[in-house]
Design a protein around this ligand. Structure first.
Ligand SMILES: Nc1ncnc2c1ncn2[C@@H]1O[C@H](COP(=O)(O)OP(=O)(O)OP(=O)(O)O)[C@@H](O)[C@H]1O
Ligand SMILES: [Mg+2]
Length: 381
């Protein structure tokens, strides 16, 4: 009997967002967890495509060039990452870095290289989770895991996501948008907006992840610094009411409409909120699954995550963050590419539901390939 050839998976990891190190850790673990007898994996870094993207700083463009040239320059972790990320995660980031190949090799494979069958996008934040890479893969015709262009772009833009979720009747935190130019012209308007929302407020960039640029603001005199920080990451910042309560997050997986909400996770952190360091250090944060809430509340959270997944139009996987505050359960955001290390939230919840990490990855790849087979020859998406 002839043996079926292995599925060639291009794992896209790295990229240009501040979540690059986390993405590398995800990419490394995805590569390690796919059974070698059935999958052939290569790690591709899309940063290699971005050497001429002038939105990036000079240093990042130089790094992009080095990756594109395969001059193999190993990057150093930032001082913050050396300080805040646990040793195991740092080791995984280094392992991924040394295995990275430029994404150009996936986009235009050399004649001796077989093209990949499917892209597994393990990128978080701008230029990876936001629909840009998805658009490029659509154009080229490479099947990929997860949400398409529209849902990816929608979920990454917290203002648009909240607008769409609210239109569908879901509760979201009250808030206001402050743009970089608007704030420069009229800082008093921002102060007034925050006052109207009512302190304490949360200030965050509209399109980031891993809590980059997020600050809790207790008093009006702290607002300026928080806005400056959020506006370093984005042209627009969101000022939101700070909800006090229990932080819950719910993963949803499934093909088309055959969706499964995973067990609810409760986030309990020693930090003031679920900040960057708290997200990746188990000594700081407990992620309790199933959450210590009543069955009714758990069901409500799962229904909410399913509704958010559908309303945004996500595909295959999502994770919806929410806060249980009294009778309310507002949705903070929907992540289309949630963290995918074995210890990340969705893989953890999947395990509680009896789905091992490797099995989860295989399902995601299987759905992407099945969708691609269904779409073959149909032209439009
Ligand atoms: N309106 C709010 N009220 C209370 N806490 C909030 C609010 N918004 C954000 N937070 C806190 O800040 C954290 C990060 O916020 P949010 O999920 O919006 O940002 P993110 O950077 O996109 O996160 P992720 O890593 O999940 O993509 C939340 O997990 C929560 O702890
Ligand atoms: Mg979040």
């Amino acid at each position: 009997m002839s043996q079926r050839r292995k599925i060639r998976v291009g794992i896209f990891a790295g990229g240009a967002s501040p979540e690059r190190p986390i993405s590398l850790a995800s990419g490394h673990q995805i590569a390690e967890s796919l059974p070698q007898d059935r999958y052939e994996v290569v790690l591709f870094d899309p940063l290699a495509l971005m050497a001429n993207n002038r939105r990036l700083g000079a240093e990042q463009r130089a790094q992009a060039r080095a990756i594109a040239d395969r001059s193999g320059r190993l990057e150093a972790l930032s001082e913050r990452d050396r300080r805040e990320l646990p040793a195991k995660l740092r080791a995984e980031i280094e392992a991924a870095t040394s295995a990275l190949r430029p994404a150009t090799a996936a986009i235009v494979p050399a004649t001796e290289d077989a093209p990949i069958d499917v892209a597994f996008i393990g990128l978080h934040g701008p230029y990876g989770e936001d629909g840009t890479l998805q658009g490029m893969l659509e154009l080229i015709g490479i099947p990929y895991v997860g949400s398409g262009v529209l849902a990816s772009a929608l979920a990454m833009d917290k203002v648009m996501a909240k607008t769409v979720l609210a239109a569908a009747g879901l509760d979201v935190p009250r808030g206001a948008v402050v743009t970089r130019t608007g704030y420069g012209r009229d800082p008093v308007a921002a102060a007034r907006a925050a006052q109207e929302i009512g302190y304490p407020v949360v200030v965050k960039p509209v399109g980031q992840g891993s809590s980059f640029g997020v600050t809790m603001v207790a008093r009006p005199d702290q607002l300026g610094a928080a806005l400056a920080e959020a506006l370093r990451y984005d042209q627009r910042a969101l000022v939101e009411e700070r909800l006090a309560g229990t932080e819950l997050t719910v993963g949803v997986i499934g093909r088309d409409d055959d969706l499964q909400a995973l067990p609810v996770i409760e986030v309990v952190t020693k930090h003031d909120f679920f900040d960057y360091q708290a997200k990746y250090d188990p000594a700081i944060t407990e992620e309790i699954c199933p959450a210590r809430v009543s069955d009714d509340v758990a069901r409500r959270a799962q229904e909410l995550a399913l509704a958010a997944h559908r309303v945004i139009g996500c595909r295959a996987i999502s994770r919806t963050d929410m806060i249980l505050a009294g009778d309310r359960m507002p949705v903070l955001e929907v992540n289309t590419i949630p963290g995918l290390t074995a210890n990340s939230l969705v893989p953890k919840a999947a395990r509680v539901a009896g789905i091992a990490f490797g099995e989860l990855l295989e399902r995601l790849i299987g759905w992407a390939l099945a969708d691609a087979a269904d779409a073959e020859g149909h032209g439009s998406r």
